[in-house]
Design a protein around this ligand. Structure first.
Ligand code: 5GP
Ligand code: ZN
Length: 112
């Protein structure tokens, strides 16, 4: 079982800030921004490269969750990033959207 599936199944700890039937949002253990959340489907999907036609709505739902969580956390703006494949910087092969925010200095946000 992958580490994010373990978090979904509450077999590994995480600082969870949002959960619904289809998705989970938790804090990144090694943040690259003052606010760095990970939005994941509860279903194990390796990456964007592994999505199937039946996953289309689920992947759209993850973007809706990003908006919902940003509103819940009173974020004025944020950056969404998806790394795809080893060459794309992906280390954990359970699909996730990085939600980055909270910079004070506008220049610091240009991390990607
Ligand atoms: P990737 O490079 O695959 O797009 O990003 C994976 C992210 O997951 C990394 O930013 C890393 O810090 C984060 N991460 C890896 N393992 C864990 C973990 O066990 N718990 C949490 N909360 N984040 C993790
Ligand atoms: Zn998984």
């Amino acid at each position: 079982m992958c580490i994010f599936c373990e978090i979904v199944n509450k077999k590994a700890p995480a600082s969870i800030i949002y959960e619904d039937d289809l998705s989970l949002v938790f804090k990144n253990i090694r943040p690259s921004a003052p606010i760095h959340l990970l939005i994941i489907p509860k279903k194990h999907i390796g990456s964007i490269d592994h999505i199937n036609p039946e996953d289309e709505l689920l992947v759209g739902h993850l973007l809706y969750v990003a908006k919902k969580v940003a509103s819940q956390e009173n974020l004025l703006g944020y950056k969404l990033v998806v790394n795809v494949g080893k060459e794309g910087g992906q280390e954990i092969f359970h699909l996730h959207i990085h939600l980055l925010s909270g910079w004070n200095n506008a220049r610091d946000k240009d991390i990607i």
